[in-house]
Write a protein that binds this ligand. Structure first.
Ligand SMILES: *Cc1c(COP(=O)(O)O)cnc(C)c1O
Length: 356
Protein backbone atom coordinates (compact mmCIF):
# COMPACT_ATOMS: atom_id res chain seq x y z
CA UNK A 1 0.00 0.00 0.00
CA UNK A 2 1.23 3.48 -0.82
CA UNK A 3 2.46 5.02 2.42
CA UNK A 4 1.16 8.56 1.77
CA UNK A 5 -1.58 9.51 4.25
CA UNK A 6 -2.92 12.38 6.34
CA UNK A 7 -3.56 11.93 10.05
CA UNK A 8 -6.39 14.12 11.39
CA UNK A 9 -6.26 14.77 15.13
CA UNK A 10 -9.83 15.39 16.29
CA UNK A 11 -8.73 16.19 19.86
CA UNK A 12 -6.68 19.04 18.45
CA UNK A 13 -9.73 20.20 16.48
CA UNK A 14 -11.83 20.30 19.66
CA UNK A 15 -9.05 22.10 21.52
CA UNK A 16 -8.86 24.76 18.80
CA UNK A 17 -12.65 25.16 18.72
CA UNK A 18 -12.72 25.76 22.47
CA UNK A 19 -9.92 28.29 22.15
CA UNK A 20 -11.85 30.10 19.41
CA UNK A 21 -15.03 30.22 21.45
CA UNK A 22 -13.19 31.39 24.54
CA UNK A 23 -11.49 34.18 22.59
CA UNK A 24 -14.76 35.22 20.97
CA UNK A 25 -16.57 35.32 24.29
CA UNK A 26 -19.88 34.23 22.75
CA UNK A 27 -21.03 31.53 20.38
CA UNK A 28 -18.82 30.14 17.66
CA UNK A 29 -19.81 28.89 14.25
CA UNK A 30 -17.30 26.22 13.22
CA UNK A 31 -16.52 26.89 9.57
CA UNK A 32 -16.34 23.55 7.76
CA UNK A 33 -16.74 24.69 4.15
CA UNK A 34 -14.63 23.12 1.40
CA UNK A 35 -14.70 19.75 3.15
CA UNK A 36 -13.46 21.38 6.36
CA UNK A 37 -10.49 22.96 4.57
CA UNK A 38 -9.54 19.48 3.34
CA UNK A 39 -9.89 17.77 6.73
CA UNK A 40 -13.22 16.03 6.01
CA UNK A 41 -16.38 18.02 6.83
CA UNK A 42 -18.51 15.14 8.08
CA UNK A 43 -15.89 13.71 10.42
CA UNK A 44 -14.91 17.15 11.72
CA UNK A 45 -18.52 18.21 12.28
CA UNK A 46 -19.27 14.93 14.06
CA UNK A 47 -16.23 15.44 16.28
CA UNK A 48 -17.52 18.90 17.24
CA UNK A 49 -21.23 18.02 17.29
CA UNK A 50 -21.49 17.76 21.07
CA UNK A 51 -20.22 21.28 21.66
CA UNK A 52 -20.38 23.40 18.50
CA UNK A 53 -22.98 26.17 18.51
CA UNK A 54 -23.33 25.78 14.75
CA UNK A 55 -21.48 25.22 11.50
CA UNK A 56 -20.74 27.36 8.46
CA UNK A 57 -20.57 26.08 4.88
CA UNK A 58 -20.34 27.62 1.42
CA UNK A 59 -23.42 26.12 -0.20
CA UNK A 60 -26.49 24.01 0.26
CA UNK A 61 -24.78 20.89 -1.09
CA UNK A 62 -22.27 21.08 1.76
CA UNK A 63 -25.05 21.69 4.29
CA UNK A 64 -27.09 18.70 3.12
CA UNK A 65 -24.04 16.45 3.41
CA UNK A 66 -23.87 17.40 7.10
CA UNK A 67 -27.60 16.98 7.67
CA UNK A 68 -27.48 13.53 6.03
CA UNK A 69 -24.64 12.61 8.40
CA UNK A 70 -26.88 13.44 11.37
CA UNK A 71 -25.66 16.93 12.24
CA UNK A 72 -28.60 18.78 13.84
CA UNK A 73 -26.91 22.02 14.97
CA UNK A 74 -27.63 25.26 13.07
CA UNK A 75 -25.85 25.49 9.71
CA UNK A 76 -25.21 28.86 8.08
CA UNK A 77 -24.95 29.09 4.28
CA UNK A 78 -22.18 31.68 4.06
CA UNK A 79 -23.06 32.75 0.54
CA UNK A 80 -26.78 32.25 0.99
CA UNK A 81 -28.95 30.78 -1.75
CA UNK A 82 -27.67 30.83 -5.28
CA UNK A 83 -31.20 30.40 -6.65
CA UNK A 84 -34.53 31.42 -5.13
CA UNK A 85 -35.95 27.89 -5.27
CA UNK A 86 -33.31 26.73 -2.75
CA UNK A 87 -35.34 28.49 -0.03
CA UNK A 88 -37.70 25.52 0.23
CA UNK A 89 -34.73 23.24 1.00
CA UNK A 90 -33.34 25.81 3.39
CA UNK A 91 -36.55 25.66 5.39
CA UNK A 92 -36.92 21.90 5.12
CA UNK A 93 -33.44 21.38 6.55
CA UNK A 94 -33.51 24.28 8.98
CA UNK A 95 -30.56 26.12 7.45
CA UNK A 96 -29.66 29.74 8.08
CA UNK A 97 -28.95 31.61 4.83
CA UNK A 98 -26.76 34.68 4.59
CA UNK A 99 -28.48 37.46 2.68
CA UNK A 100 -25.87 39.66 1.05
CA UNK A 101 -27.23 40.89 -2.28
CA UNK A 102 -30.32 42.91 -3.30
CA UNK A 103 -31.44 39.87 -5.32
CA UNK A 104 -31.37 37.67 -2.21
CA UNK A 105 -33.35 40.28 -0.25
CA UNK A 106 -35.93 40.36 -3.02
CA UNK A 107 -36.16 36.55 -3.24
CA UNK A 108 -36.82 36.38 0.48
CA UNK A 109 -39.52 39.05 0.29
CA UNK A 110 -41.29 37.14 -2.48
CA UNK A 111 -41.01 33.77 -0.82
CA UNK A 112 -44.13 32.42 0.83
CA UNK A 113 -43.58 29.53 3.19
CA UNK A 114 -44.88 28.10 6.39
CA UNK A 115 -41.87 28.36 8.67
CA UNK A 116 -40.02 31.50 9.67
CA UNK A 117 -36.32 31.74 8.90
CA UNK A 118 -33.23 32.93 10.74
CA UNK A 119 -31.26 34.98 8.25
CA UNK A 120 -27.78 36.42 8.50
CA UNK A 121 -27.85 39.86 6.89
CA UNK A 122 -24.45 40.81 5.55
CA UNK A 123 -23.00 44.30 5.50
CA UNK A 124 -20.17 45.23 3.15
CA UNK A 125 -18.07 47.17 5.65
CA UNK A 126 -15.15 47.60 3.26
CA UNK A 127 -14.08 44.26 1.82
CA UNK A 128 -16.24 44.93 -1.26
CA UNK A 129 -16.90 41.31 -2.14
CA UNK A 130 -20.29 40.27 -0.74
CA UNK A 131 -22.62 42.37 1.36
CA UNK A 132 -25.02 45.28 1.18
CA UNK A 133 -23.73 48.83 1.50
CA UNK A 134 -24.79 50.66 4.70
CA UNK A 135 -27.82 52.33 3.12
CA UNK A 136 -29.05 49.12 1.48
CA UNK A 137 -28.33 47.25 4.70
CA UNK A 138 -30.52 49.43 6.88
CA UNK A 139 -33.31 49.35 4.31
CA UNK A 140 -33.08 45.57 4.02
CA UNK A 141 -33.07 45.19 7.79
CA UNK A 142 -36.31 47.20 8.02
CA UNK A 143 -37.90 45.30 5.15
CA UNK A 144 -36.94 41.83 6.39
CA UNK A 145 -37.86 42.60 10.01
CA UNK A 146 -41.41 43.26 8.86
CA UNK A 147 -41.77 39.92 7.06
CA UNK A 148 -43.61 37.02 8.72
CA UNK A 149 -41.20 34.61 6.98
CA UNK A 150 -38.23 36.10 8.86
CA UNK A 151 -37.95 35.08 12.52
CA UNK A 152 -34.65 36.74 13.39
CA UNK A 153 -31.79 38.61 11.80
CA UNK A 154 -28.12 38.19 12.69
CA UNK A 155 -26.07 41.13 11.41
CA UNK A 156 -22.71 40.15 10.00
CA UNK A 157 -19.69 41.47 8.15
CA UNK A 158 -16.33 40.09 7.06
CA UNK A 159 -12.81 41.53 7.41
CA UNK A 160 -10.44 41.79 4.47
CA UNK A 161 -7.15 42.40 6.26
CA UNK A 162 -7.43 41.12 9.85
CA UNK A 163 -4.31 39.01 9.28
CA UNK A 164 -2.29 42.25 8.95
CA UNK A 165 -1.90 43.33 12.54
CA UNK A 166 -0.54 46.74 11.62
CA UNK A 167 -3.27 47.61 9.11
CA UNK A 168 -5.81 50.30 10.08
CA UNK A 169 -8.37 48.60 7.85
CA UNK A 170 -9.92 46.31 10.47
CA UNK A 171 -10.69 49.21 12.80
CA UNK A 172 -12.14 51.15 9.85
CA UNK A 173 -14.40 48.25 8.90
CA UNK A 174 -15.47 47.90 12.53
CA UNK A 175 -16.46 51.59 12.62
CA UNK A 176 -18.51 51.18 9.43
CA UNK A 177 -20.25 48.17 10.98
CA UNK A 178 -20.99 50.00 14.22
CA UNK A 179 -22.51 52.95 12.36
CA UNK A 180 -24.55 50.82 9.95
CA UNK A 181 -26.03 48.65 12.70
CA UNK A 182 -26.58 51.41 15.29
CA UNK A 183 -29.98 51.03 16.90
CA UNK A 184 -30.92 47.88 14.97
CA UNK A 185 -32.14 44.81 16.79
CA UNK A 186 -30.34 41.50 16.37
CA UNK A 187 -27.22 39.55 17.21
CA UNK A 188 -23.93 40.27 15.45
CA UNK A 189 -21.19 38.20 13.82
CA UNK A 190 -17.79 39.58 12.84
CA UNK A 191 -14.68 37.59 13.62
CA UNK A 192 -12.86 35.16 11.35
CA UNK A 193 -9.73 33.45 12.68
CA UNK A 194 -7.27 36.34 12.33
CA UNK A 195 -9.75 38.72 14.00
CA UNK A 196 -10.25 36.30 16.91
CA UNK A 197 -6.55 35.76 17.37
CA UNK A 198 -5.25 39.24 16.67
CA UNK A 199 -7.99 41.78 17.39
CA UNK A 200 -9.30 41.38 20.95
CA UNK A 201 -11.13 44.73 20.66
CA UNK A 202 -13.34 43.28 17.91
CA UNK A 203 -16.00 41.01 19.37
CA UNK A 204 -19.54 39.94 18.49
CA UNK A 205 -22.22 37.44 19.49
CA UNK A 206 -21.12 34.85 16.95
CA UNK A 207 -17.50 34.20 15.97
CA UNK A 208 -16.78 32.41 12.69
CA UNK A 209 -13.47 30.55 13.10
CA UNK A 210 -12.23 28.54 10.11
CA UNK A 211 -8.50 28.26 9.64
CA UNK A 212 -7.69 28.34 13.35
CA UNK A 213 -9.89 25.30 13.98
CA UNK A 214 -7.42 23.34 11.94
CA UNK A 215 -4.53 24.67 13.96
CA UNK A 216 -2.99 26.80 11.26
CA UNK A 217 -1.69 30.23 12.16
CA UNK A 218 -3.02 33.03 9.96
CA UNK A 219 -0.11 35.30 10.83
CA UNK A 220 3.37 35.34 9.34
CA UNK A 221 4.73 35.48 12.91
CA UNK A 222 2.96 33.47 15.61
CA UNK A 223 1.52 35.58 18.43
CA UNK A 224 1.24 34.53 22.08
CA UNK A 225 -2.37 33.58 21.40
CA UNK A 226 -1.93 31.84 18.06
CA UNK A 227 0.89 29.77 19.57
CA UNK A 228 -1.83 27.98 21.57
CA UNK A 229 -3.24 26.34 18.42
CA UNK A 230 -2.66 22.64 17.83
CA UNK A 231 -2.18 21.48 14.22
CA UNK A 232 -4.90 19.07 13.19
CA UNK A 233 -3.48 17.58 9.99
CA UNK A 234 -0.17 15.77 9.66
CA UNK A 235 0.76 14.81 6.11
CA UNK A 236 3.00 11.78 6.09
CA UNK A 237 4.69 9.34 3.77
CA UNK A 238 7.82 7.23 3.53
CA UNK A 239 11.04 6.97 1.60
CA UNK A 240 10.58 4.38 -1.14
CA UNK A 241 14.04 4.48 -2.78
CA UNK A 242 17.52 5.83 -2.09
CA UNK A 243 20.39 6.68 -4.45
CA UNK A 244 23.78 8.36 -4.44
CA UNK A 245 24.51 11.21 -6.80
CA UNK A 246 28.08 12.08 -7.75
CA UNK A 247 29.08 15.74 -7.91
CA UNK A 248 27.72 17.30 -11.09
CA UNK A 249 24.81 14.88 -11.51
CA UNK A 250 21.30 16.29 -11.98
CA UNK A 251 18.18 15.18 -10.09
CA UNK A 252 14.67 14.83 -11.51
CA UNK A 253 12.70 16.90 -14.02
CA UNK A 254 14.42 19.89 -15.48
CA UNK A 255 17.57 19.20 -13.46
CA UNK A 256 16.50 21.88 -11.01
CA UNK A 257 18.93 20.41 -8.50
CA UNK A 258 22.46 19.51 -9.53
CA UNK A 259 24.68 17.90 -6.90
CA UNK A 260 27.63 20.13 -5.94
CA UNK A 261 29.15 17.27 -3.94
CA UNK A 262 28.32 13.56 -3.49
CA UNK A 263 24.69 13.60 -2.35
CA UNK A 264 22.47 10.88 -0.92
CA UNK A 265 18.90 11.24 -2.18
CA UNK A 266 15.67 9.78 -0.79
CA UNK A 267 12.60 9.40 -3.00
CA UNK A 268 9.33 10.04 -1.08
CA UNK A 269 5.88 8.80 -2.16
CA UNK A 270 4.22 12.22 -2.21
CA UNK A 271 3.65 14.55 -5.13
CA UNK A 272 1.65 17.47 -6.37
CA UNK A 273 -1.24 15.18 -7.28
CA UNK A 274 -1.57 14.61 -3.52
CA UNK A 275 -1.76 18.34 -2.89
CA UNK A 276 1.87 18.92 -1.99
CA UNK A 277 2.87 22.27 -3.55
CA UNK A 278 4.37 21.67 -6.98
CA UNK A 279 6.64 24.69 -6.80
CA UNK A 280 8.18 24.02 -3.40
CA UNK A 281 11.77 25.24 -3.86
CA UNK A 282 15.02 23.42 -3.10
CA UNK A 283 15.53 23.69 0.66
CA UNK A 284 11.84 23.43 1.65
CA UNK A 285 11.82 21.80 5.09
CA UNK A 286 10.65 18.20 5.59
CA UNK A 287 10.92 15.99 8.65
CA UNK A 288 12.83 12.73 8.08
CA UNK A 289 12.57 10.21 10.92
CA UNK A 290 11.85 13.11 13.24
CA UNK A 291 14.80 15.23 12.11
CA UNK A 292 14.53 18.30 9.92
CA UNK A 293 15.87 17.93 6.40
CA UNK A 294 15.19 19.45 3.04
CA UNK A 295 13.54 18.90 -0.28
CA UNK A 296 15.76 18.98 -3.37
CA UNK A 297 14.73 18.76 -7.02
CA UNK A 298 11.38 19.47 -8.61
CA UNK A 299 8.26 17.95 -7.05
CA UNK A 300 6.68 15.44 -9.46
CA UNK A 301 3.11 14.22 -9.66
CA UNK A 302 3.54 11.22 -7.34
CA UNK A 303 6.98 11.65 -5.82
CA UNK A 304 9.41 14.15 -4.44
CA UNK A 305 13.06 13.94 -3.47
CA UNK A 306 14.90 14.86 -0.27
CA UNK A 307 18.53 15.29 0.69
CA UNK A 308 19.67 12.44 2.96
CA UNK A 309 23.34 13.45 3.05
CA UNK A 310 23.08 14.57 6.67
CA UNK A 311 20.62 11.78 7.60
CA UNK A 312 22.91 8.74 7.45
CA UNK A 313 20.47 6.57 9.44
CA UNK A 314 17.56 7.22 7.08
CA UNK A 315 16.76 4.81 4.27
CA UNK A 316 13.96 3.01 2.51
CA UNK A 317 10.97 2.94 4.88
CA UNK A 318 11.97 6.04 6.84
CA UNK A 319 9.01 8.20 7.89
CA UNK A 320 8.66 11.62 6.30
CA UNK A 321 6.39 14.41 7.56
CA UNK A 322 5.56 16.99 4.93
CA UNK A 323 3.53 19.20 7.27
CA UNK A 324 2.14 18.87 10.79
CA UNK A 325 3.41 19.81 14.25
CA UNK A 326 7.01 20.31 13.20
CA UNK A 327 6.66 21.69 9.71
CA UNK A 328 3.84 24.17 10.32
CA UNK A 329 1.61 25.35 7.48
CA UNK A 330 2.45 28.95 8.34
CA UNK A 331 6.14 28.21 7.78
CA UNK A 332 5.68 26.14 4.64
CA UNK A 333 3.13 28.25 2.78
CA UNK A 334 5.18 31.41 2.14
CA UNK A 335 8.15 29.35 0.97
CA UNK A 336 5.92 27.77 -1.66
CA UNK A 337 4.15 31.00 -2.69
CA UNK A 338 0.86 29.68 -1.34
CA UNK A 339 -1.20 30.10 1.84
CA UNK A 340 -1.90 28.09 4.96
CA UNK A 341 -5.53 27.99 3.77
CA UNK A 342 -4.73 26.52 0.41
CA UNK A 343 -2.35 23.70 1.42
CA UNK A 344 -4.78 21.41 3.29
CA UNK A 345 -7.64 22.41 0.95
CA UNK A 346 -5.63 21.00 -1.92
CA UNK A 347 -5.32 17.55 -0.40
CA UNK A 348 -6.27 14.82 -2.90
CA UNK A 349 -5.82 11.08 -3.30
CA UNK A 350 -4.21 10.76 0.13
CA UNK A 351 -6.34 8.71 2.56
CA UNK A 352 -7.24 10.45 5.82
CA UNK A 353 -6.87 8.61 9.12
CA UNK A 354 -8.80 10.00 12.08
CA UNK A 355 -7.55 10.01 15.67
CA UNK A 356 -9.18 11.11 18.90
C1 LIG B 1 -14.45 31.19 5.32
C2 LIG B 1 -15.13 32.22 6.11
C3 LIG B 1 -14.79 32.40 7.47
C4 LIG B 1 -13.65 31.69 8.15
O1 LIG B 1 -12.46 32.41 7.89
P1 LIG B 1 -11.06 31.95 8.52
O2 LIG B 1 -10.13 33.03 8.12
O3 LIG B 1 -10.74 30.64 7.88
O4 LIG B 1 -11.25 31.84 9.97
C5 LIG B 1 -15.55 33.31 8.20
N1 LIG B 1 -16.56 34.01 7.63
C6 LIG B 1 -16.88 33.88 6.32
C7 LIG B 1 -17.98 34.69 5.76
C8 LIG B 1 -16.18 32.99 5.52
O5 LIG B 1 -16.50 32.87 4.24
Amino acid sequence: MRPAHAVIDLDALRHNYRLARELGGGKALAIVKADAYGHGAVRCAQALAAEADGFGVACIEEALELRQAGITAPIVLLEGCFEADELALVVAHDLWPVVSTPEQVQALCEWRGEAALTVWLKLDSGMHRLGLDPVQFRAAHARLSALPQVAQIVMMSHFARADELDSPRTAEQLAVFAAATAGLAGQTSLCNSPALLGWPQVRSDWARPGLMLYGADPFAQATATSAGLRPVMTLRSKIIAVRELAAGEPLGYGARFVAQAPTRVGVVAMGYADGYPQFAPNGTPVLIDGVRGQLIGRVSMDMLTVDLTSHPQAGVGSAVELWGSDIRLAELAPLCATSAYRLPCGLKRVPRQYQG
